[in-house]
Design a protein around this ligand. Structure first.
Ligand code: AMP
Length: 127
């Protein structure tokens, strides 16, 4: 069963202004807001405004302008949070869960920015 876009997902509702979010930044093609259940002292989600389900969907089907804007937004938010190692700051982890094996909960592409402490091992061992 292919993973498809459901415009009733919670992030689509945030984008339509139907439910609130704690906005961090916004651009032409994306929105960044605080995760409602933070898993680190700093936990921000960056989403495209377009209807993309996963990173592979976005990378294959979004325009160059959307992809550039999304990538720049990740950098902008990291700078805003003060976590860029290139600036001598502590660092961050980007995570994008895609599909059932990654336990993706919300079927609208999002990248988690986790920071503010040592984030620990990459993942639980599965081998
Ligand atoms: P994922 O498991 O990668 O799909 O992550 C979905 C994330 O969305 C989780 O970290 C949730 O805490 C977060 N989330 C769910 N609803 C909201 C909401 N209304 N505002 C902000 N974050 C949310």
């Amino acid at each position: 069963m292919p993973y498809s876009y459901d415009d009733q997902n919670i992030f689509a509702k945030i984008l339509r202004g139907e439910i609130p979010c704690k906005k961090v930044a916004e651009s032409t093609h994306c929105l960044a807001f605080h995760d409602i259940a933070p898993q680190a002292p700093q936990h921000v989600l960056v989403i495209p405004k377009g209807a993309y389900v996963t990173y592979d969907d976005f990378a294959q089907n979004a325009s160059d302008a959307e992809i550039a804007d999304f990538t720049r937004m990740l950098a902008k938010v990291c700078a805003q949070l003060g976590v860029c190692p290139t600036e001598g700051e502590g660092g961050y982890r980007l995570i994008s869960n895609a599909g059932p094996d990654a336990n993706q909960e919300v079927p609208h592409l999002h990248v988690h920015i986790l920071a503010g402490t040592n984030i620990g091992p990459l993942t639980a061992k599965r081998t």
